[in-house]
Design a protein around this ligand. Structure first.
Ligand code: MN
Length: 260
């Protein structure tokens, strides 16, 4: 089994080391990770400047790009064959609920999915990130990688895995939870007398809903959420169905303005 490992915390992250070490039980592991932390960079792709890749050791590549760049470049350029699996993580901190849209860890798994490679994103939902704290995360990543190898994944689907601190009770299949947004912006003055702002300063909290990723992790379970890239809200079709008929003869059509 050939496994591509990446992350968004950068090549020096202890979570990446633990994950790589754990997955070696399953086959050859090639690391292609950002050369520095790129957390919360989401699915960004570097299209307007070149990328540099440095092989620090055998099968250990640092790229001056995003997690998505790493997966893209890894699959198309650096790996000698297509990987059987991409595993992203282990992230320092949870990737739960609405926060997934910001996550570079999750986006790396998205990119793999777009390229037709099964993928798993793994995050540690804890406050401490010493190497020992990632122990169970590494074990669960290996367990789930084995499940993917044995059973495969549904089409266009990848897994978002969050591991609680300490020894988990087991895993629960979950849906995405809901974030409670406390919109706090810190405004301050810099040493040169100009204002600066710091967003995302609000306290992090979630609605404690049964069946969600947050609910499972808070109670000591490994949360496994199957995700896909189709963001269409199919339930909204019914409510919006009449919009096309109502917009056919709207006032906007009665002006003399011609489309340019
Ligand atoms: Mn991160």
């Amino acid at each position: 089994m050939l496994i591509l490992v990446t992350n968004d915390d950068g090549i020096h992250s202890p979570g990446l080391r633990v994950l790589t070490q754990a997955l070696k039980a399953l086959g050859q592991v090639v690391v292609v990770a950002p050369d520095r932390e790129r957390s919360a960079i989401s699915h960004a792709l570097t299209l307007h400047s070149p990328l540099r890749a440095t092989e620090h050791a055998a099968d250990w590549w640092a790229v001056d790009g995003t997690p998505t760049d790493c997966v893209n470049l890894g699959i198309h350029g650096l790996l000698k064959a297509a990987p059987d699996l991409v595993v992203s993580g282990i992230n320092q901190g949870a990737n739960l609920g609405d926060d997934l849209t910001y996550s570079g860890t999750v986006a790396a798994a998205m990119e793999a999915t777009l390229m037709g490679v099964p993928a798993v994103a793994v995050s540690l939902a804890a406050d401490r990130f010493a190497e020992a704290d990632f122990l169970f995360g590494g074990r669960w990543a290996t367990k789930l990688a084995t499940m993917v190898k044995t059973h495969g994944l549904p089409a266009d689907t990848f897994l978002n895995v969050n591991v609680p601190p300490g020894r988990p009770h087991g895993m629960k299949l979950t849906r995405q939870g809901k974030r409670r947004y406390a919109d706090a912006v810190v405004r301050n003055t810099d040493p040169r007398g100009r204002n600066y702002y710091w967003i995302g300063a609000g306290e992090l909290s979630f609605h404690d809903l049964e069946g969600t990723d947050v609910h499972a992790v808070e109670r000591g379970w490994v949360s496994v959420t199957p995700l896909h890239l189709d963001l269409t809200n199919y339930a909204a079709f019914e409510r919006l169905r009449h919009w096309d008929a109502e917009t056919v003869h709207s006032e906007a059509d009665d002006t003399n303005e011609r489309p340019r």
